[in-house]
Design a protein around this ligand. Structure first.
Ligand code: IPM
Ligand code: MG
Length: 317
């Protein structure tokens, strides 16, 4: 176990201490708890918890962030969307994770500030290949999301995507959507998406939106991968400081991230499926944390929900 984020700032003044980077570099997989909280949210602070996470992603070279969104029918009442929209929703957002505006030069003075957004074609090529290979194993549909009507980086994104897809993946159906339209379509016709590929910040925003399809931000896992099988695994949610210490957080996203770890870094596909199935069975059996409970449901604590999932796993591994 290694410190990162706020805990690491408190301990050694660095959100990604040297001992943490050394351990992570030598591991097959890194399982990450969320970073950040009000204690470290001073916008004028030079050192912030999130820097630890961004540095770790860059250090591990995990440029491909997979964020699956699958609707469990029993959770349809937990979503703010109408049930008819949600049937059959099963999509994966492939978010570029180590480029774009997150990593460009940042400057500020008293009255102005700038964040530079840069993409190089090789960064786009490799993420598009990851997404296209994934689409080939799924329903064969890829939707590339950009803002090519306004941004140069998006125009490059679109050119490179078109070239890679037509030359290397001619049998995958490619669709391109502008990010504002994609945000709307995620709510108006989410079941039509199979794999979505997009740049870093669009992927961040669209996946929080997409979590509402699954019922809660607490449901969604993620895997961040690079060229090797080494990966970084974390639920897509943050540290949820508003509920910290109350014992009511939804553990499903974190547990499903562990399933992705088993699958992608350790090659334990049966075990990964067993964990995913245990989560689904626990939910189908009516167990809920507060964020996914409908009126009349019995609401469980984080620990009790976790115990239900472990119970399902042990019963039917
Ligand atoms: C996420 C988070 C992070 C991001 C934050 C904590 C830096 O929102 O993983 O989606 O923006 O990438
Ligand atoms: Mg986010």
């Amino acid at each position: 176990m290694c410190p990162i984020g706020g805990a690491a700032i408190d301990a050694v003044g660095d959100p990604l201490p040297a001992e943490t980077t050394a351990s992570c570099e030598h591991c097959d997989a890194v399982f990450l708890g969320a970073v950040g909280g009000p204690k470290w949210s001073d916008p004028t602070a030079a050192v912030r918890p999130e820097q630890g996470l961004l540095r770790l992603r860059a250090l591990l070279g995990v440029y491909a962030n997979l964020r699956p969104v699958k609707v469990i029918n029993e959770l349809i009442p937990a979503s703010p969307l109408k049930a008819a929209k949600l049937a059959g929703v099963d999509l994966v957002v492939v978010r570029e994770l180590t480029g774009g505006i997150y990593f460009g030069e940042k400057t500020h003075d008293e009255t102005s500030a700038s964040d530079l957004c840069t993409y190089h074609s090789h960064e786009i090529e490799r993420i598009v290949r990851v997404a296209a290979r994934l689409a080939a194993k799924r329903r064969g549909k890829l939707c590339s999301v950009d803002k090519a009507n306004v941004l140069e980086t998006s125009r490059l994104w679109r050119r490179v995507t078109d070239r890679i897809m037509s030359s290397e993946f001619p049998s995958i159906e490619l669709e391109t959507q502008l990010v504002d339209a994609a945000a709307m379509h995620l709510l108006s016709r989410p079941a039509e998406f199979d794999v979505i590929v997009t740049e870093n910040m669009f992927g961040d925003i669209l996946t929080d939106e997409a979590s509402m399809l699954a019922g809660s931000l607490g449901m969604l896992p993620s895997a961040s991968l690079g060229e090797s099988s080494r990966g970084l695994y974390e639920p897509i949610h943050g540290s949820a400081p508003d509920i910290a210490g109350k014992g009511i957080a939804n553990p499903c996203g974190a547990i499903a991230s562990a399933a992705m770890l088993l699958r992608h870094s350790l090659g334990l596909h049966d075990d990964a499926n067993a964990v995913d199935n245990a989560i689904t069975r626990a939910i189908v059996a009516g167990n809920r944390t507060a964020d996914i409970a409908a009126q009349g449901d019995r609401v469980l604590s984080t620990d009790a929900m976790t115990d239900c999932i472990i119970g399902e796993l042990v019963q039917d591994p």
